[in-house]
Design a protein around this ligand. Structure first.
Ligand code: HEC
Ligand code: HEC
Length: 443
């Protein structure tokens, strides 16, 4: 690949320069003198004629970036391309549970550290300040709420265990509190993905009139600056002479949140090589999680395609297919990122890390059984029915026109499959959080 780039460059660069010089020469020396066009006009013409050169340069850039793209990006595309459309004839029916799955999806453990943006490196001092701010009730208008009031790190696995949030003066919000654990791996924040980073996210609840209800940044800054210990700590972390600002407050909070990660789930031990870390039901659930198609959206080490670790499609429609669930759980009242109601909403794919500990579930907290969420996902997101009578089946049919075997698959989940998927979701719970979570809703 290295020589490929060199070769392309060696030809492409001189070619572009030469072509451009030719156009300049043509317009200014050959065409210019006879046409009576002004100098500005000549350069406009030069530009117009150079479009071809630019297009060429653009194509070269695309070619080069593909050649330079990391293995992980290119390999799956190539693999898909190389896959033979013809499969050996075989009776696929009733092999759903015994047939090895296609080797398409690689399971990954959670990294031991979370990535940090260049302008907010994670340092131990900043993390300590962020932790203090996380529990600081002076961040709320009435001095009664801190981040931890709604995001109880240990008691409720980073959420509040309620259907929807309760903010300042007991005001009830419309959305469920997502956990802050592993939020550091998400590429966009909030159920609808409207905040692009942890830093931006943290400004939301502080200023939100029904959450922490802080009247304004100046008030917050004045309150913290009135405390000598905060003045010292901010000076120590961000440099002396630096006034305490909302921007620095959220930087410290975000740095602390980047340490709230849980790479200690049984799932992680399993994929790191401990074959006994999962029960047989959990392994079966894991295979079903892939085979049913949950990995289309809940993929990667964070089980979300809205991930900083190579996520590709952060937002998805939900509920995608019409099902009786949408009326039962009022799933269309809030349209998420569409900002409309009564429509199929657009939502960020949430991480499923610790999901068994963070019920009730979904953006409106309307579902309090994890097995029910799996049923909703299977039917509303994947069109897979839950049925005992109708077994899953794969079939292979010869198509004489195309001279290929057409594979078709009828997927159905049984109640036992649902149980196994739930068992697998339980394996995504951090062991240290499980040990500390009290009276979280059981599924
Ligand atoms: C009144 C309850 C409440 C308080 C207090 C609160 N939050 Fe939240 N938090 C929420 C709710 C509700 C959401 C989801 C809102 C949405 O998606 O529209 C949320 C979302 C988040 C998220 C996004 C997680 C994700 O996966 O998208 C993070 C991170 C977060 N809060 C951190 C904080 C921090 C830091 C503080 C303190 C500055 C804080 N929260 C204070 C209720 C609260
Ligand atoms: C097409 C994308 C897509 C597919 C496929 C999908 N999900 Fe989801 N999933 C989502 C979205 C989007 C949400 C958030 C829904 C909301 O905002 O209420 C979600 C939410 C969830 C939740 C609730 C998370 C929480 O914190 O409340 C669970 C559990 C879940 N999915 C499991 C699954 C399982 C199991 C499967 C496979 C049967 C699956 N999902 C398939 C997109 C998908």
């Amino acid at each position: 690949m290295e020589t490929g780039i060199g070769d392309i460059l060696a030809v492409a660069l001189p070619a572009i320069v030469l072509a451009f010089a030719l156009v300049v020469l043509m317009v200014h020396k050959e065409l210019g003198p006879f046409s009576g066009i002004s100098t500005g006009g000549k350069w406009m013409l030069t530009l117009a004629f150079s479009m071809g050169v630019l297009a060429f340069a653009f194509k070269m850039t695309v070619a080069l970036s593909i050649a330079k793209a990391p293995e992980q990006l290119v390999a799956p595309v190539l693999a898909a391309y190389r896959q033979s459309p013809v499969t050996p004839l075989k009776d696929w029916s009733n092999v759903y549970n015994s047939e090895p799955l296609p080797l398409a999806y690689t399971w990954q453990p959670l990294p031991e550290t979370a990535p940090a943006p260049a302008d907010n490196p994670t340092t131990p001092e900043k993390v300590a300040l962020g932790k203090r701010l996380y529990y600081e009730t002076r961040l709320s208008g009435d001095g009664k709420l801190s981040c931890a009031s709604c995001h109880d790190l240990y008691g409720k696995a980073g959420g509040d265990g309620r259907r929807t949030a309760t903010g300042i003066a007991g005001q009830v919000g419309g959305r469920n509190v997502p956990t802050v654990w592993n939020a550091a791996f998400q590429s966009v924040m909030f159920w609808d993905g409207r905040a692009p980073s942890l830093e931006e996210q943290a400004k939301g609840p502080i200023m939100n009139p029904i959450e922490m209800g802080m009247p304004g940044a100046a008030e917050l800054e004045a309150r913290l600056a009135a405390d000598a210990t905060y003045r010292d700590e901010f000076a120590h972390v961000f440099g002396s002479g630096q006034p305490i600002t909302l921007d620095l407050v959220v930087k410290a909070l975000a740095a602390f949140e980047r340490t709230l990660i849980t790479p200690d789930a049984p799932y992680d031990r399993f994929v790191r090589g401990d074959a006994k870390a999962l029960t047989p039901a959990q392994v079966r659930g894991m295979a079903l999680f892939e085979a049913t198609g949950c990995v289309t959206c809940h993929r990667g080490p964070g089980f979300s395609d809205a991930s900083l670790l190579g996520g590709q499609m952060a937002l998805r429609f939900f509920p995608t297919n019409a099902t009786p669930y949408e009326a039962r759980y009022n799933l269309m009242a809030d349209g998420g990122a569409t900002n409309q109601s009564g429509v199929r909403g657009i939502w960020r794919v949430p991480s499923l890390r610790n999901v068994a500990l963070t019920g009730p579930w979904l953006h409106n907290g309307s579902v309090d059984k994890l097995s029910e969420v799996v049923r909703i996902m299977a039917s509303a997101q994947l069109g897979v029915p839950i049925d005992e009578a109708l077994p899953s089946a794969r079939s292979v049919v010869w198509s004489p026109e195309e001279r290929v075997f057409k594979r078709s698959e009828r997927r159905v989940l049984t109640e036992r499959d649902i149980e196994d998927i739930v068992a697998f979701l339980n394996s995504l719970s951090s062991q240290s959080l499980v040990a500390k979570a009290k009276d979280s809703p059981k599924s």
